[in-house]
Design a protein around this ligand. Sequence first.
Ligand code: CA
Length: 232
Amino acid sequence: MNKYQVLVVEDDIMISNLMSATLEMTGYAYRTATNGKEAIMSVLSYKPDIMLLDLGLPDMSGIEIIRKVREWSSMPIIVVSARTDIEDKVEALDAGADDYLTKPFSVDELLARIRVALRRAGSITGERTAEDSVYSNGTLRIDYAAGCVFVEEEEVHLTPMEYKILCLLARNTGKVLSYNYILKEIWGGVNESDMASLRVYVTLLRRKIESTEEHLIQTHVGIGYRMLSHQE
Ligand code: CA
């Protein structure tokens, strides 16, 4: 069996042990690092499939590690931090983190985030097939080739802007996209008036694609949006 390799970067031994025990029980292979230098060395030598990263490390900040690793690797990085400041989360996401969890976290939540991140990474690096031209998540289906969106097999009519935003979120399912990232991708730059428009578009999109039972676009207040995965 091909076990996924997880790198745990955490200087708090209690938390590191909790994560390691959880990973071990769930069948993941793992390695731990307690500072930034060790983390970078491990990324190079161990070549993990995913990294769980604390932001407050003794020798360098987790943000620096994300920036360094992103110079050559697109492996999923989940920030696990006690910092609750919105600025820290946004900075981590803009630096290239895929997701963040705030301590204290639930072990189930951690495992769910790992599964989603690994699946996302697999679908990006895996071979592209004809199937990739159709996106399916819960009751939502996007036919990229035809540019059509369906909810429970009923076609939904979206404006070009709504469609663009939906595709961006869908292509990054499971990943938190910061407002800045979305604005840059859709409008080509970051400015206040577009931010207001983005909120309106997302509200309209939700009305068209979500039902009371199925929540698809998650808001991270002050941070951004995430397309939830309904493939658990
Ligand atoms: Ca720490």
